[in-house]
Ligand binder design. Structure first.
Ligand SMILES: Nc1ncnc2c1ncn2[C@@H]1O[C@H](COP(=O)(O)OP(=O)(O)OP(=O)(O)O)[C@@H](O)[C@H]1O
Ligand SMILES: [Mg+2]
Length: 315
């Protein structure tokens, strides 16, 4: 196959990135080692309902790309959720100071640059960090999600459901892990023998397994996540008074040592948002966009409409 000339490659890129409707501008193409600002690289805003992956070696601009996507989504009125593991997205809250070097760079890729602040909120999982603490109660988490977190089998899961049923019937509030442990301990004690029998289907041995798993969860730092006041996930879907989407940064300084805490939170968050998010028949931009670093990927919370354009194929 004959090699394409630079002009032909450029023409292919330009054609591929000529898009209708609002777009997220990412930069300009480099062809044969040279930057061409006439060949802009962009994503259609309407396509941000898909999953995406920003990959590259260290220092190649993944974080900067994510910054740009978050800023432009916010400007388009889309609330954004960022899981900030390395703490390098907090700069969104403050306007950057320009410099000659920066101006030369942004001019060279055909972007107008101005330092801007964005409406940013900081959250901290279970209070691990300086942001607003994010917590959920055991009751709202429910037995099914909790079983997934504890990796319970079917029998153990239905036993846990019985424990929740017992607590509900007796108006016992299950706020944190201690509450759940206390109910199971009661049911397996001599005092709770009659109640256990009445419940049927919950054996002492299974209750023992669940108790052990609860201790495991505590050891992984989850007792700080379960509790009150419960975080209202609708907070993640807000727009600022000026119409820009609020960018919520979840600080995760201790993720390396508590991976279970983050995966549990994500499970709960997605289950909760799945219930709450509106599902319009047609739309031109996502209602909410989330991203997590390492791996850096973004995904949005909407079903794909059949009219969404195909991704550009050139490059
Ligand atoms: N489009 C760009 N033009 C010029 N400089 C850039 C661009 N994108 C990123 N940089 C610069 O490159 C450096 C590394 O960028 P960034 O932090 O986004 O990399 P990264 O891929 O996230 O790295 P890491 O894997 O270490 O997290 C930064 O100093 C940034 O200013
Ligand atoms: Mg980075």
């Amino acid at each position: 196959m004959a090699n394409k000339t630079t002009a032909e490659k450029l023409a292919t890129i330009q054609k591929g990135y000529t898009l209708e409707g609002a777009t997220i501008e990412l930069g300009a193409a480099i062809v044969d080692g040279e930057l061409h600002k006439e060949a802009q690289v962009r994503l259609p805003l309407a396509m941000m309902n898909r999953h995406g992956l920003v990959a590259g070696a260290t220092g190649t601009g993944k974080t900067v790309t994510l910054h740009m996507i978050a800023e432009q989504l916010s400007t388009a009125g889309v609330p954004v959720f960022l899981a900030d593991i390395k703490g390098d997205l907090s700069g969104l809250a403050t306007a950057a100071a320009g410099s000659e070097k920066l101006k030369a760079r942004t001019d060279s890729i055909g972007q107008a640059w101005a330092g801007k602040t964005f409406p940013v909120e900081f959250l901290a999982l279970g209070g691990d960090g300086n942001g607003i603490p994010v917590r959920a109660t055991i009751t709202s988490f429910g037995p099914i999600l909790l079983s997934r977190v504890m990796e319970l089998n079917d029998t153990q899961e239905s036993s846990l459901q019985l424990v929740f049923h017992f607590a509900d019937k007796n108006n016992l509030e299950l706020i944190d892990l201690k509450d759940l442990r206390a109910v199971i301990q009661f049911l397996t004690s001599d005092e709770g023998k009659d109640e256990l029998e009445e419940l049927g289907g919950l054996s002492k041995a299974t209750a023992g397994v669940i108790l052990r798993e609860l201790v495991n969860l505590e050891a992984q730092g989850l007792e700080r996540f379960f509790g009150e006041p419960e975080f209202d996930t609708a907070e993640l879907l807000r727009t600022a008074p000026d119409g820009r989407g609020v960018i919520t940064c979840l600080e995760l300084p201790t993720l390396q040592t508590k991976p279970m805490l983050f995966s549990t939170f994500l499970m709960w968050l997605l289950a909760d948002l799945f219930e709450d998010l509106p599902k319009p028949a047609t739309w031109t931009s996502p209602n909410w966009c989330s991203s997590s670093m390492r791996p850096t990927c973004f995904s949005t919370a909407h079903p794909r409409p059949s009219s969404t354009p195909s991704p550009p194929r050139s490059g």
